[in-house]
Design a protein around this ligand. Structure first.
Ligand code: SF4
Ligand code: MG
Length: 327
């Protein structure tokens, strides 16, 4: 199978200015990340907030340039693809649709807008296409002339998805598309995204902090920790047999949801480490219950285990029943 979108060795570092008395510091948001998405497939990216997944999304969308590495779309470097063409072929769906919908455009106009910008067809065919898409995402006809502030959060995300599909993109990059929604609505939107993907065959990158959500939608998954992909493989196998202690910790947090929040959330013991001060060796070592003296000094190389790629010195030898993090 050929990849429609591929990232090879991408890195992105930001310089944070330190204010009056402090030195500036470097934030290594993305560190040598490689991943690919095949046609018609969903690649999930999962990790805690601040692990670099949104930066990867912005780089894949061409909204930001990596310091190193390359992105190709159907074999062509995205740096060489004209901006208008790239934005037609790779479309985003963001967390908060409200901030990306123009409050002065009705939802019908919202979906027609990209067709106008890219001069697709004539006015009647644009209108027909937009109505069909709004229907496909489950919005009733009576809402077509409503404005974003008259819709619920879930309805707004449906509009954002219809707009993202308007130009018949090769790939959708969805960055936490359900995280801002009520729990009761999240499953509806996830099901909608899955149905659309099945019907339209569009490839997807789907980003979430929640491995339970990723399990629902992604064929393959890349687990990110402090800017690196620490484990990647087929979702089903990875959920059955996580080989990296961090993946295990994510899985444990999904299996023991916080009843107060109603949603599985992360409780990984010690607080999230500082991406401006990445630990030596394996960057997960301060939180890892499996760590040995080697882990502090030497960064693990990726290893192939049961079809997954895992960055851990102990990959394949973790044993069954130990918790993955110290607390
Ligand atoms: Fe834990 Fe060591 Fe594996 Fe890192 S390399 S995840 S510290 S066991
Ligand atoms: Mg984010």
């Amino acid at each position: 199978m050929t990849a429609i979108l591929e990232a090879k060795g991408i890195s992105r570092t930001y310089t944070l200015s330190g204010g009056m008395m402090k030195k500036s510091s470097k934030l290594q948001a993305v560190r040598d990340v490689s991943l690919y998405v095949n046609r018609g497939e969903t690649c999930g990216i999962v990790g805690e907030s601040g692990c670099g997944k949104s930066t990867v999304a912005r780089i894949l969308l061409g909204l930001e340039q990596p310091d190193a590495g390359q992105i190709t779309l159907d074999g062509q470097a995205i740096a060489s693809i004209p901006r208008a063409e790239l934005s037609r072929r790779v479309q985003p769906v963001f967390q908060d649709p409200y901030s990306t919908l123009n409050p002065r455009r009705s939802i019908l106009e919202t979906v027609i807008h990209p067709l106008n910008v890219h001069k697709v067809g004539d006015a009647p065919s644009r209108d027909r296409r937009a109505r069909k898409l709004l229907d496909q995402v489950g919005l009733p006809k009576r809402s077509f002339h409503a404005f974003p502030n008259q819709l619920s959060g879930g309805q707004r995300q449906r509009v954002a998805i219809a707009r993202a599909l308007a130009l018949d993109p090769d790939i959708l990059v969805c960055d936490e598309p359900t995280s801002a929604l009520d729990v009761s609505i999240q499953a509806q939107i996830l099901n909608l995204i899955q149905d659309l993907q099945r019907d339209l065959g569009v490839a997807m990158v789907f980003i979430s902090h929640n491995l339970g959500v990723i399990e629902h939608v992604a064929d393959r998954v890349a687990v990110m920790y402090l800017g690196r992909v620490v484990e990647t493989g087929e979702t089903r196998k990875l959920m059955q047999r996580p080989e990296h202690p961090y993946t295990r910790a994510l899985l444990e947090s999904v299996l023991t949801p916080d009843p107060e929040l109603g949603l599985p959330d992360l409780d990984l013991g010690r607080s999230f480490p500082d991406p401006t001060n990445i630990p030596s060796g394996c960057s997960f070592h301060p939180r890892c219950a499996f760590r040995t003296s080697v882990c502090e000094d030497s960064a693990p190389e990726p290893r192939q285990i049961h079809g997954a790629s895992v960055e851990c010195h102990l990959a394949g030898n973790l044993g069954e029943n130990r918790l993955a993090t110290v607390d």
